[in-house]
Design a binder for this molecule. Structure first.
Ligand code: NIG
Ligand code: FE
Length: 432
């Protein structure tokens, strides 16, 4: 490096990563991966200011103040994005796990008062500090696996005060964890039993009190709803989405997971950023998503854990050009999985994505699901310098291994994250 640490110039790099094997989705063909065997990345103000092969590297921009990081040939990818998680919950549902192994279904358990409702009770019992500790550890676990953007939903509060409390927890976590946190109000997740006779009253509370108040307090980035026979009808979700859109929020939807309930079409009607799950989506639903630019978030953890048989129609999504995304759906009931690499593996093995598709699914395409496609998801000039160094040769190894963490280093906004102990981290610089 000494030969390029030379001339001082105005437009010098604040930091550079050299000797990198860079993998990112191609800019002109988002379906394939571009690999620069011997490349470098220059960073200014937390954003990528130069990227390309070493032979073109502008050495004169490396000055005495430039921090030079030698990747020693490591694979470097964009920071991964987990765009669908339910990290804020107390307790666990291992008893339900046992019941399901004996043959009871997720729907039967939900209808008999278990499922989401039991997590709501366990969450209520925890203090906000206790809850924060749990969410912090869960989120940091994702970061250690190379995730630099995490979407976190509420949904285990189910009343005004509790949902606001969960949002406050998410907001505090976003200060404490070295990752970009996208905050989602999952306002319509499950109907509390006390509203069984008057669904409308609950939907009223969510639409007229909770949602406006969460927006007024600056606590959320987007809104989500669970459209399903055991949850909320398309009409109820539609009402919620109208309100959210009026308040300037983008929407997402849990759609067509257990039945074709018209969720994808609804997503399209509201230009939702994404529709998620989608095992039962119809071809018409896929076409509608293609028209509205809504991406398909597939959640193989829930498919696996609930031993579902109906596969999401991956070929139909490909046929109509709907971008495929993968996420963990980390939650205590249907997907107690806190590993994006495992979600990638399952996306390939269970749903038939190619390893290349799985890589693009958790980088470029996932950025669209959280509305951050201008900032993250690919390595290109102008984007935020969220990068991961891996002890791997090729991005296809990301979904290949199971149960190993090949993440060597995480870089957020051009800052290296140094992990220590089980739950500690620090930054190699304070800027950015
Ligand atoms: O995304 N589908 C709804 N919500 C979660 C499951 C929540 C739970 O069972 O606790 C999901 O799979
Ligand atoms: Fe979910």
């Amino acid at each position: 490096m000494s030969q390029i640490r030379a001339i001082s110039q105005n437009l010098s790099f604040e930091s550079v990563w050299i000797n990198a094997k860079i993998a990112t989705s191609k800019l002109d063909d988002p379906h394939s991966v571009d690999i620069i065997q011997d490349g470098a990345v220059g960073v200014n103000n937390g954003r990528i200011s130069w990227i390309g092969p070493t032979r073109n590297f502008p050495k004169q921009k490396v000055v005495s103040d430039t921090k030079v990081h030698d990747c020693m040939g490591s694979l470097v990818t964009p920071g991964l994005i987990d765009c669908h998680t339910h990290l804020v919950f107390g307790g666990n549902r291992s008893q339900e796990f046992e019941l399901r192994l004996k043959g009871e279904t997720y729907e039967q358990i939900a209808r008999s008062g278990g499922g989401i409702a039991s997590t709501v009770d366990a969450t209520k019992e925890l203090s906000s500090e206790g809850l924060e500790k749990l969410v912090y550890t869960r989120a940091l676990g994702l970061v250690r696996e190379g995730v630099t953007t995490i979407e976190i939903k509420t949904g285990y509060g189910l009343d005004f005060d509790q949902e606001i409390r969960l949002l406050e927890v998410i907001n505090r976590i976003s200060e404490a964890v070295p990752a970009r946190i996208v905050r989602t109000l999952l306002g319509l997740h499950a109907l509390p039993s006390e509203y069984m006779e008057d669904r409308e009253q609950f939907v009223n509370m969510v639409c007229e009190e909770l949602l406006p108040s969460a927006v007024a307090r600056g606590l959320i980035d987007m809104a989500d709803a669970f459209c399903e026979s055991i949850a909320f009808t398309p009409e109820e979700c539609s009402r919620f989405f109208k309100k959210a859109k009026n308040l300037g929020l983008p929407v997402r939807i849990h759609a067509d997971q257990l039945s074709d309930s018209g969720g994808a079409a609804l997503a399209a009607e509201f230009s939702a950023l994404s529709a998620d799950h989608l095992e039962y989506v119809s071809e018409e639903g896929v076409k509608a998503m293609a028209r509205s630019g809504t991406v398909a978030v597939l959640l193989p953890g829930a498919f696996y854990y609930l031993k579902e048989k109906q596969m999401p129609p991956v070929d139909t999504f490909r046929k109509y050009g709907v971008p495929l995304v993968l996420a963990t759906d980390a939650n205590p009931g249907s997907s107690p999985m806190f590993s994006i690499l495992s979600a990638m593996n399952m996306g390939c093995v269970l749903f038939g994505l190619t390893p290349e598709e799985a890589f693009i699914a958790v980088t470029r395409n996932a950025a669209f699901a959280v509305g951050l496609q201008d900032d993250v998801g690919t390595l290109e000039v102008g984007k935020i310098a969220d990068m991961v160094l891996w002890d791997l040769e090729h991005p296809r190894e990301l979904p290949y291994w199971i149960g190993v963490n090949p993440c060597r280093e995480v870089i957020i906004r051009g800052n290296r994250i140094i992990f220590s102990g089980t739950d500690q981290w620090s930054c190699d610089s304070l800027d950015g």
